[in-house]
Design a protein around this ligand. Structure first.
Ligand code: DHB
Ligand code: FE
Length: 280
């Protein structure tokens, strides 16, 4: 019997940290805005310390845990699970097109280019799963098809692992950049991902367990959809009936993002999802 090595939190986490740290990000935050935000952050700490009468023991445990989060490379996991959903909500308020959701820690830019009708790169063991087909059209707010729109897709395998982060999976497995046709249409053949478990062996997992929470996200597809002159959307799609839909540890589900695939004539599970993009 072969045992798959469960990727450790430190493994997936530090790969996510290395990927993120390799980028250079800036923000045009003024000193006044930074000061106002920082003042509120510390006022928030003040209020919760007072309300819960935080002890010295708890303070020392917190310091040690925060150090471990950093040393384990788990900041991307932790922040994307507990914070990103609010950032996404606030920043998508002004858009009228398809709903977005969190990016999470496992996006990789420049996934292989694939034609409008494409099968994602997969291992033989992935190919043994029932094929799952996601197809649809990318349009602008006025309903005009966006020729040549790109649908970047990345998702976990049937065991919940992501290529590029779990060391036992080949690069770009179940990832691709699908270029829609002249009518903005695309058809992606892949497999259904399994629900995803936040790695439980690191400090994020220790915390989730200590609090008596569960570490699960419902099964999901990640997508980044772009069209010429349009604001790209980053989103996720979920499946009806998933047991974790109503208690996603990352709070990133929305009713508009649910798929209900049905078997087609060829025995594949198939579902249509159209994307509507806002102008830039
Ligand atoms: C995390 C992982 C995901 O696959 C995701 O979609 C969101 C968050 C995480 O481990 O932080
Ligand atoms: Fe994910």
């Amino acid at each position: 019997m072969t045992t798959i090595e469960r990727p450790t939190a430190a493994g997936s986490g530090s790969a996510a940290t290395a990927n993120f740290a390799g980028e250079r990000f800036t923000a045009d935050t003024t000193p006044e805005r930074l000061s106002a935000i920082a003042t509120d952050v510390f006022a928030g700490f003040s209020a919760l310390i007072d309300k819960h009468e935080i002890t010295y023991d708890e303070y020392r445990v917190l310091k040690q845990w925060l150090i471990e989060v950093g040393e384990g490379g788990e900041w991307p996991l932790l922040l994307d699970v507990f914070v990103e959903h609010d950032i996404e909500e606030v920043n998508s308020r002004k858009y009228k097109g398809s709903k977005g959701s969190i990016e999470g820690p496992y996006y990789l830019a420049d996934a292989p280019l694939l034609p409008a009708k494409a099968t994602l790169p997969m291992r033989p063991q992935d190919a043994r799963e029932t094929p799952f087909v996601l197809h649809g059209q990318v349009r602008d707010l006025a309903g005009a098809p966006l020729a040549g729109a790109t649908v970047e897709i990345w998702h976990a395998d049937a065991e919940g692992f992501y290529s590029g982060f779990a060391p036992h999976i080949p690069d770009w497995n179940l990832r691709g950049t699908v270029v829609a046709d002249g009518e903005g249409r695309y058809e992606i053949t892949t497999i259904r991902p399994a629900p995803y478990q936040i790695p439980t062996d690191g400090p994020t997992g220790t915390f989730i367990e200590a609090a008596g929470w569960h570490p699960w996200r419902p099964a999901h597809l990640h997508l980044r959809v772009s069209g010429k002159g349009q604001h790209p959307i980053i989103t996720q799609l979920y499946f009806t009936g998933d047991r974790w839909l109503d208690s996603d540890v990352a709070s990133a589900t929305k009713p508009e993002l649910l798929l209900d695939p049905k078997p087609d004539e060829q025995g594949r599970n198939s579902v249509r999802y159209d994307f509507v993009l806002d102008p830039e």
